[in-house]
Every structure is written in structure tokens, then in C-alpha cells.
Design a binder for this molecule. Structure first.
Ligand code: C2O
Ligand code: CU
Ligand code: CU
Length: 458
């Protein structure tokens, strides 16, 4: 539904059966009962209102990842939509009640101004301590934002613009999804490594909710919006075979929208929640050729991602201009504050988990209070792989280990892939709304095991 100024969507979150593996029935938790959830599409600057009804057996929280969203609609981890019929959250540990979160009964509306550039956003569950389990069961979907700037470039569009949500999952013999309890003894199941270290890894790869799928593509340019929606798995994607001359991926965008100029790659390496918007010209292959999208960091069943079956040549009036966009740079000298955050494992009392500056997540501790309009440099230090994500803003990576940013750091980002023992600096400007937001590791098991903190814009 739409009116002069606003687009409206209604989503019911419910338990449903899905066919993730051909011929096999898998119960999921789905937005409208499907995985991925419905792809929402918005125009930049046009308000989008999404009404969510919760028919799941647990409370839900919806976060629009990459959205420039007022705090009350951002999906704070204790801002619950209770299951339809529930009066409070006592059946689920009373977390939101004890921590003074919010309880919405059965349904609520999220209002997104989408006052931001065209970009590949996604929405997913964000309930405190249970995000990993809920997303694993299926609570994730795309939300695409288009704008006029992007519209005139002539990039591949319509059927040649493919959002690809890549996840790993494990299945039991009866087709049900297997998610280990967060208990180190449970985590030693085959195909799933110790949840305390790597997060939960599956042993099969799904694209848009289908196991190792294929896509039939005419031999022309396609835009692939790659999203790593896995709980914890990192990928290094290559085209096998590569096109003659290599550099099969022409990166045109990152988490926060179009790059200023395209960057070519032989491989795309990315961590949870990162998006790489690339153009692949299948016209560089012969009609009839099969091109595999392969994960070089995987082995056996986690190596194959999907296949492209190249069809006949067709007219292709798309192009990738040398200049895609021009966004104002943030000068490091204009930063008013530098803040330091370490992301490390550790123990606090009896609790062993993943900590930010030595502390577990506490909704009432303000870890940073940036002033609206200010530019800041945030420095992150890691002990392990940690994809660090900030809500509300997009940032630029300005250094890794005091050297230049890496080849996968181009453009505006909301999630940066920290490697073990790395130090990364990012710069951002806090704009838009005053209130409490989180930043956290997007390895969802690390997030659930407390590697999350608050910033409050004032
Ligand atoms: Cu994609 Cu705080 O999340
Ligand atoms: Cu987010
Ligand atoms: Cu982490």
C-alpha cells in the first residue's frame, strides 16, 4: 500500500514449512513465513512504514541493518514485540521487563524515514541474547533503497539485478535446522565447531534460501548484490572458471551504497553482514558455459555456493560508468574525538564470553556519547575475527594496522571485518537522531555472548 508520501508494508512473523533442500520440508521462522523474508523496496527520502505482527512462539525485535533510523524504530535488543496473546515477557526470562526495555503486544509499526543513499539494506531479528538462533531459523530479508542518482547510471537493472543472500546452515537427518545450544559440550556436534570460538558454522551453503542453487543468466552484465547473512562464516568468493583476463567482479557498491569509482577484484572476501555490490559480465563467457561461485575459504560441502548457467547472448545496454558517485570525504583532522575499543574474549565473574573493552553488554552503560553533527575516529582492536557493526551511521575505514585500508574496505560501510590481532580505524559523522544505539560484533554468537555496547547520540 502506498500514499502520497509513504509506502506501507505488513509482515507477519510465523512458523512455517520451507523447501530449502529440494523435496525436503524444513520448519522455519519466517517473515510472512518465508526465508529470506519478502524483499522490501523503498525510494530514498520516502518514508516506509512496516507493520510487524508476531505469531512466533518467542518475542521478536526487528532491526533494519544499514538504516539511518530514529532510535525508537531501530530495533534495540530489549524493545520486544511480544507474541500475539502474551501479556508480558515472563515466559522468556523477563529480560525486557527487568532491563526496562519496551513491550509491544502482538504487533508494532516501524517507521523508516530512509533519508539516505540508495543501498542494499537488510532486516533481521535482534533480540538480546537470541539473535543468532532467530536469524538461523530464518528471520532475515532484503530491504533495497533506490534513488535518482543511481537510476541514471545505466547499471544492470530489473531481472539483471540479483540480490543474493548467502548463509550456511546445518540440517538434521529429518530436514530440521540444527542450531546448537550455547553450551560448549553441545557445540561439538559434527559440522559445527565450538560456539565459543568461531560462532556457529553450518556445513551447507544456501543462496536466497535454496541449497546450492543455480541461476540461468543471459550472456550479459548482471548486478549481484552479495550479502553475507551467515551467523559467523566468512567467505572468499571466486568465479570458477574466471573470465578470460580475470577480474570478474567489478565492485560498484559497499554497505552504504555506490562507491565513487568501481574497483575490480578476482575474489570477494567478506564477513557476516557485509554487502558487496558487484557487476559480473557473463558476456565474457561462452553461451552454454557453467560458472560456479566458489568459496575458497570452504572445503567440501562449504566450498560450492551456487552456479550460473550462461545462456545466449542478448542485447545489453547496461554499463558501468567510471564515476558512479561522489560523496564528501571526512577529513581525519575534522574529528573531534578518538575513541578506542577492544574486542576480546574474557571472563567477568562466572560468565565467559566476548567483551567490549573488557565488559559484557549492559543496556544501561553508555560506552560512547557522540554529539550530533560531530565527526569521530573510532579505533578497534581485536583478538580474533570480529566483524564490527555500528547502527545509525555509515563510516569509512581509514587504516589497518596503521597502514592503508585493505582492498575490501572501499566505500561507506556499516560493518568492518577485523582480522585477528588487527587494529582498524574508522571515521564517521553522527547525524540524524538523538538516542541510544548499539554497536557490536556481527558474528551473531559473539553478539549474543555479550560483545555489544551502546553509543548515545546527544
Ligand atoms: Cu545486522 Cu545490530 O545488526
Ligand atoms: Cu545494524
Ligand atoms: Cu566477534
Amino acid at each position: 500500500r502506498t500514499d502520497g508520501t509513504t509506502d506501507y508494508y505488513e509482515i507477519t512473523q510465523r512458523v512455517a514449512d520451507a523447501e530449502l533442500i529440494p523435496g525436503v520440508r524444513t520448519p522455519i521462522w519466517g517473515y510472512n513465513g518465508i526465508f529470506p523474508g519478502p524483499t522490501l523496496v523503498s525510494r530514498s527520502g520516502r518514508r516506509t512504514v512496516v507493520k510487524h505482527r508476531n505469531e512466533l512462539p518467542v518475542p521478536a525485535v526487528v532491526h533494519l541493518h544499514g538504516g539511518h533510523t530514529p532510535p525508537e524504530f531501530d530495533g534495540y535488543p530489549i524493545d520486544f514485540i511480544l507474541p500475539v496473546g502474551a501479556k508480558d515477557d515472563s515466559a522468556w526470562g523477563g529480560m525486557a521487563t527487568h532491563l526496562h526495555g519496551a513491550l509491544h503486544q502482538g504487533e508494532r509499526q516501524y517507521e523508516y524515514p530512509l533519508d539516505q543513499r540508495a543501498a542494499t539494506l537488510w532486516y533481521h531479528d535482534h533480540r538480546m541474547d537470541y539473535t543468532g538462533a532467530s536469524v538461523w531459523r530464518g528471520l532475515a530479508g532484503f530491504h533495497l533503497v533506490h534513488d535518482d542518482e543511481e537510476g541514471v547510471l545505466g547499471l544492470p537493472a530489473e531481472g539483471r539485478d540479483l540480490p543474493l543472500m548467502i548463509v550456511d546452515r546445518s540440517f538434521a537427518a529429518d530436514g530440521t535446522l540444527q542450531y546448537p545450544a550455547l553450551d560448549p559440550t553441545m557445540a561439538k556436534q559434527p559440522g559445527v565447531r565450538n560456539a565459543y570460538a568461531s560462532g556457529v558454522l553450518g556445513d551447507a551453503i544456501l543462496v536466497n534460501g535454496v541449497l546450492w542453487p543455480y541461476a540461468e543468466v543471459p550472456a550479459v552484465r548482471h548486478r549481484l548484490r552479495l550479502l553475507n547473512a551467515s551467523n559467523a562464516r566468512r567467505y572468499r568468493l571466486v568465479l570458477d572458471p574466471p573470465p578470460p583476463g580475470g577480474k570478474g567482479f567489478v565492485q560498484i557498491g559497499s554497505d552504504g551504497g555506490l562507491l565513487d569509482r568501481p574497483v575490480t577484484h578476482d575474489a570477494i572476501e567478506f564477513a557476516s553482514a557485509e554487502r558487496f555490490d558487484v557487476v559480473v559480465d557473463f558476456g565474457r563467457y561462452n553461451p552454454g558455459q557453467r560458472v560456479n561461485l566458489v568459496n575458497e575459504l570452504g572445503a567440501g560441502s562449504t566450498r560450492q555456493v551456487m552456479q550460473f548457467r550462461v545462456g545466449a547472448k542478448a542485447t545489453d545496454d547496461s554499463r558501468v560508468p567510471d564515476v558512479l558517485s561522489s560523496t564528501p570525504a571526512l577529513a581525519p583532522a575534522s574529528a573531534t574525538v578518538q575513541r578506542d575499543f577492544t574486542f576480546r574474549t574474557g571472563s567477568v565473574g562466572a560468565m565467559t564470553g566476548w567483551l567490549t573493552n573488557g565488559k559484557p553488554f549492559d543496556p544501561h552503560r553508555y560506552d560512547a556519547m557522540p554529539k550530533l553533527g560531530d565527526t569521530e575516529i573510532w579505533q578497534f582492536q581485536s583478538d580474533f575475527h570480529h566483524p564490527i557493526h555500528l547502527h545509525l551511521v555509515q563510516f569509512k575505514v581509514i587504516s589497518r594496522n596503521n597502514k592503508e585500508p585493505g582492498v575490501y574496505d572501499a566505500g561507506w560501510k556499516d560493518t568492518v571485518d577485523l582480522k585477528p590481532n588487527e587494529q582498524v580505524q574508522v571515521i564517521t559523522r553522527f547525524t540524524g537522531y538523538r538516542g541510544r544505539y548499539v554497536f557490536h560484533c556481527h558474528n551473531l554468537e559473539h553478539e549474543d555472548m555479550a560483545m555489544m555496547a551502546n553509543f548515545v547520540t546527544t
